[in-house]
Design a protein around this ligand. Structure first.
Ligand code: ZN
Length: 284
């Protein structure tokens, strides 16, 4: 088993990394180098010796007995984006996905934890000047309430850019099914509502053979938020609700001891939440 693969009962989980980098955490104003260095348990995986946070953008492939599901589709290639460092990417994401045993045609389902630019990008790819679904045989699942909220943001250019090139084309192709935030997707896979970062944000629960795991999505972006769940995240839609969701979820994960996959957690990316004092830490 490679470093980026896990087994939960009958479900094989594979992490496909689009990019990983160290730097200041611009979404978390309180995550200064000084504050990050005050959490030595973050090193070496989630912070470097200078107090920079290490973050990842990746997809998780869930290979279940009856379907292959891709959770979150990263940024994508060739996209025009407001943030320079996310624009016109040329990564090997699709080649890496194929090399892992999952050519795009083999994917049965695509699931986005929420509709933000770094979770929907590979929904489409550029072919002869047109944005076409990357996964032509897949059903794409978007949260109903999440899409209602997102669709209403068209006036905001940072939403419009990805709605137009990464969401609308798959809706127009008839590949999207809008789901409830607590829907059971298959025998092993269920959605869990985790609102706050966005209104219809979901996490993804995997349960098989007596083992459990969860994919967080962006109700937290970095393990430092386990020790400081009340730190404000500037990308959260509703700060108090996001704080409440973080604490409730982390409390539950610590009690259950299940395997936790952070959507932006750097390698090795999965681990267990443990209670330390009032709040938590992450053990890998
Ligand atoms: Zn994200």
């Amino acid at each position: 088993m490679t470093a980026n693969q896990w087994q939960i009962g009958d479900v094989k989980i594979t992490r496909i990394v689009e990019g990983e980098h160290a730097g200041p955490m611009f979404l978390l104003p309180d995550a200064t180098r000084e504050n990050i260095l005050a959490m030595p348990w973050l090193q070496p995986h989630f912070a470097d010796a200078e107090g920079n946070c290490i973050v990842s953008i990746h997809a998780l492939v869930l290979d279940t007995p009856d379907r292959v599901i891709v959770v979150d589709t990263c940024l994508g290639n060739d996209k025009e984006r407001t943030f320079d460092f996310w624009a016109h990417l040329q990564t090997r994401f699709l080649e890496d996905l194929t090399a892992a045993g999952y050519p795009p045609e083999s994917v049965d389902m695509v699931l986005c934890t929420h509709l933000h630019t770094d979770h929907v990008g590979w929904n489409t790819k550029l072919v002869d000047g047109k944005w076409l679904p990357t996964f032509p045989n897949a059903e794409y699942l978007f949260g109903k309430s999440e899409w209602e909220y997102t669709e209403a943001q068209m006036e905001n250019p940072m939403y419009a850019e990805f709605i137009v090139d990464a969401i609308k084309p798959v809706i127009d192709a008839g590949l999207v099914r809008f789901v409830d935030v607590d829907e059971q997707i298959s025998r092993e896979i269920a959605l869990v509502p985790t609102p706050g970062h966005t209104p219809g944000h979901i996490s993804v629960r995997i349960q098989s053979g007596g083992q459990s795991a969860i994919i967080t999505g962006d109700f937290l972006h970095h393990p430092c938020q386990m020790e400081e769940p009340l730190w404000e995240c500037t990308a959260d839609w509703d700060t108090p609700l996001a704080q409440k969701t973080r604490i409730e979820q982390l409390e539950q994960y610590a009690e259950e001891g299940l395997l936790v996959f952070g959507t932006h957690f750097a390698s090795p990316s999965a681990g267990r939440v443990v209670k330390k004092g009032e709040y938590f830490q992450f053990e890998v």
